[in-house]
Design a binder for this molecule. Sequence first.
Ligand SMILES: Cc1cc2nc3c(=O)[nH]c(=O)nc-3n(C[C@H](O)[C@H](O)[C@H](O)COP(=O)(O)O)c2cc1C
Length: 189
Amino acid sequence: MTDIIRMLGISGSLRAGSYNTALLRAATELLPEGMTLDIYNLAPIPLYNEDIRAQGDPASVQEFRTRIADADALVIATPEYNYSIPGVLKNAIDWASRPPTPPLPGKPVAIMGASPGGFGTVRSQMHLKYLCADLNMYPLNRPNVLVSHCQEKFDPAGRLVDEETSEMIRKMLVALAGWVRRLQTTPDE
Ligand SMILES: Cc1cc2nc3c(=O)[nH]c(=O)nc-3n(C[C@H](O)[C@H](O)[C@H](O)COP(=O)(O)O)c2cc1C
């Protein structure tokens, strides 16, 4: 068991002004002691193509898989696109899911999301949890971080200014630390 819990943050949005990436940036400032969070940029990952994979994973995919493998947990901030997760995120997950030695099975993951609408990405988060079942990942079920009306909760520079949301993220990170420790003491058979 490592003392420090090293997390990899993944945003499902490539947009410079993304609220979901901003949510991850906020999480880096709300970390409990003993946790680190690096944000990974999915932009260099190409569209999944089995022909490309047959020639060996592209360097960006290799790096992504290594960064997942090296992390004690993932924190995914997903937008909601048409009631589901964006293709960018699904595409990256598809690359990471392929053999040999896929890094996702057994990985604890916390999911959060921000949307300008009233539902705070609940539908895309449920879809992501559905994928986690197939991937044999271990999503944290509570507390939920569902950030609705997100345009009111960030300032123009993309800094989270809503204390209730900050508190939800803090609680989620503390719960994730407990979840990681629990899974580390009960490893897979
Ligand atoms: C293709 C597309 C589909 C969308 N579908 C939904 C949706 O189903 N539910 C929702 O709440 N917002 C939806 N939105 C709005 C996004 O929540 C909004 O663009 C959000 O800011 C995206 O996240 P980001 O700020 O991290 O880029 C959609 C946006 C796009 C571009």
